[in-house]
Design a protein around this ligand. Structure first.
Ligand SMILES: *Cc1c(COP(=O)(O)O)cnc(C)c1O
Length: 392
């Protein structure tokens, strides 16, 4: 049996007619830049995430850059995030000229550890360095929200802005003390990515910025078009951060199926959980299934499983074995950001973030895409069991 990591062709097959027609409409109109499809998508995603304003942008990475620009973050500022995320989270901070400050992750969720966050903020305040902490970027990794209540409390206490990196978490929910909140609906700004492998993927690059703050929304809109409120008159310096109409057209079709797909992913996750439980590997501590801290399934959607990530002993050997069984897997992420060569100048060293570093050696993402079938899942789990039985 051959199990791909993601099967976008299968997804396209089921929607081909609808998507092709919608793309053709854009082609006929020849309105490729910020057309009516973009406006319609912005309205729909605002409603989907229960936020007031949505601004379509060129990618998730650009959404992070523009959010930081909208907050006026620059060379005198520092931003706290985790070293266990996709490069773009930190790349954006550096790109606007700010300094990055890392805190460690929670070992169960892989998300920002609120205690570690509080600790590093305190250290920063004591240091009185020339760049002051101005904002926090919690990342909702793999599709599960970071523990936002204490993070928001820290933000309030130290007067910091919050940008939620929800690139992997469209539609994820967080059970806050005051009811279920949506990813992107808790910070000052939230960002989404429509990279093809995200749960809502375009036919190319795309992203979105969400906010309830009218002033920030207005600023993002202006930054998106080179900082011009009126064409050719520039009060601030922005860039070309626009979303294409063709991408918006594709996303408008796909958005209708997003909840259904997320439920399929949740269903697949539950089946994995059960199958792994039956192998006895979890009880023996050889393998750990993802800890969906916020358990309920369906809607509200707590964990939308952009990735189903296990922790495994002998991870690299296991991955090789699965490759030999034609099962595709992935490692998000094999090297912590504080140990990347390009960030050596920051002065972090091995041992600074133990939970992050441990995770980089143990995590393995298994196929979880909606079209995955039960037989494939059974084959994957049986193969993993086989690997440990053969004796590693
Ligand atoms: C994918 C991703 C991004 C960047 O999104 P792009 O659209 O690929 O630029 C940012 N942060 C995280 C956590 C991501 O997974």
């Amino acid at each position: 049996m051959n199990v791909p990591f993601l099967d976008l062709k299968a997804q396209y097959k089921t929607l081909k007619q609808e998507i092709d027609n919608k793309i053709l409409e854009v082609v006929e109109s020849q309105k490729f830049i910020l057309g009516s499809e973009v406006t319609e998508l912005e309205k729909k995603i605002a409603s989907y995430t229960e936020t007031k304003y949505a601004i379509g942008v060129s990618s998730g990475s650009d959404a992070l850059i523009v959010s930081l620009m909208a907050l006026g973050i620059g060379k005198d500022d520092a931003i706290v995030t985790t070293p266990f995320t996709f490069f773009a989270t930190v790349g954006a901070i550096i790109r606007v000229g700010a300094r990055v400050v890392f805190c460690d992750i929670d070992k169960k969720t892989y998300n920002m550890n609120p205690d570690s966050l509080e600790d590093v903020i305190k250290v920063e305040i004591k240091k009185q360095s020339s760049s002051r902490v101005r904002a926090i970027i919690p990342v909702h990794l793999y599709g599960q929200c970071a523990d936002m209540a204490p993070i928001l409390a820290s933000a309030e206490k130290y007067n910091l802005s919050v940008i939620e990196d929800a690139a992997q978490a469209i539609g994820a929910g967080y059970p806050s003390p005051s009811g279920v909140k949506n990813a992107c609906g808790m910070g000052d700004l939230g960002i989404l990515s429509f990279f093809p492998s995200k749960n809502l993927g375009a036919f190319g690059d795309g992203g979105m910025i969400l906010t309830d703050n009218e002033k920030l929304a207005e600023k993002v809109r202006i930054l998106r078009v080179h900082g011009a409120q009126n064409k050719y008159f520039h009060d601030i310096i922005g860039g070309n951060f626009r979303l294409d109409s063709i991408q918006a057209a594709v996303l408008l079709v796909k958005l209708k199926y997003l909840d259904h797909w997320s439920q399929k992913r949740q269903h697949n996750a539950l089946l994995y959980d059960r199958l792994f439980d039956e192998t006895g590997l979890t009880a023996k501590g050889i393998l750990q299934v993802p800890d969906a801290v916020y358990k309920p399934i369906g809607i509200p959607r707590y964990h939308i499983y952009n990735q189903y990530v296990i922790r495994a002993k002998k991870r690299d050997e296991l991955q090789k074995y699965l490759t030999s069984k034609r099962i595709a897997t992935a490692i998000y992420y094999p090297l912590a950001l504080h140990l990347q060569k390009c960030f050596a100048y920051l002065g972090y060293k091995e041992g600074d973030f133990p939970e992050t570093e441990k995770a980089t050696t143990e995590v393995l993402a298994l196929p979880i895409f909606p079209e995955l079938d039960n037989d494939q899942q059974e084959y994957i789990v049986a193969s993993i069991k086989e690997f440990y039985e053969i004796g590693y």
